[in-house]
Design a protein around this ligand. Structure first.
Ligand SMILES: *Cc1c(COP(=O)(O)O)cnc(C)c1O
Length: 226
């Protein structure tokens, strides 16, 4: 399927989910996750009107960035090793995977400006998932105040890979309520207004539960180049 067609379908779903939950579709930022696909396929996405790209590994990020540069906004969505921070920091618009203080420290040290970050939360508690545990999010975010180049704009999670709508909804709801608790604190270093949640399989539910940033790969650009 071409990206334009996929995008039309996704935009339709976004509108529907927003209608269901009394939200405006302008509140939603669609990030095209291009980790599976080529430069050519990514170019199609940009031609179709996509302006936010997400990559989860340094290699993919660097390859795509060096090609497209400021034709897109850049989201780093994968586990980030501290020693790789210096390689992305000047080019990234948002980091979605801040999950430990040592990483915040390294971002703070390497950044020449304030960097917008999402704190990744392991809501589902699966061992395989990265992220701060829900009951540690408050103290984690408080501790980040000592790193002035790190700005916590929101929380991010990955839901379990299942079809049970109620379980997914509960995961997203939990992240939204944590976000509400943090933003109520009005920390100057952590406004925490955003929610990065929702992928190909679950973005409609995520939007209904308050997502502001959705990260879509498979349904938008495809899994592998065909
Ligand atoms: C791969 C990936 C996505 C996109 O997943 P799809 O199911 O292909 O839409 C979103 N977020 C993260 C963190 C990812 O690694």
């Amino acid at each position: 399927m071409d990206v334009t067609e996929n995008l039309t379908n996704i935009q339709q779903d976004i509108r529907q989910a927003c209608e269901n939950s009394n939200r405006l579709s302008e509140e939603i930022t669609l990030i095209a996750v291009t980790k599976y696909v080529t430069i050519e396929r990514t170019e199609e996405a940009i031609q179709a009107g996509i302006s936010n790209l997400g990559e989860n590994r340094l290699e993919g990020f660097s390859e795509k960035y060096s090609h497209f540069e400021n034709r897109a906004k850049w989201h780093f969505i994968g586990t980030l090793q501290s020693r790789k921070v210096k390689d992305i920091i000047d080019n990234v618009d948002m980091i979605h995977s801040l999950d430990r203080l040592s990483l915040a420290k390294e971002i703070n040290k390497r950044a020449s400006n304030i960097v917008d970050c999402f704190v990744q939360v392991n809501v589902s508690g699966e061992d395989s998932k990265h992220g701060v545990m829900p009951d540690e999010v408050h103290s984690f975010i408080k501790d980040i105040a000592k790193y002035p180049n790190v700005h916590v704009v929101g929380l991010m999670t990955m839901a379990p890979h299942i079809d049970d709508e109620q379980v997914l909804r509960n995961v997203f709801r939990k992240l939204a309520s944590l976000r509400d608790e943090i933003s109520a604190q009005q920390y100057s270093h952590a406004p925490c207004n955003y929610l990065s949640m929702g992928m190909s399989n679950d973005f409609k539910i995520a939007i209904e539960e308050g997502a502001t940033h959705i990260r879509i790969g498979t349904k938008l650009v495809g899994e592998v180049e065909k």
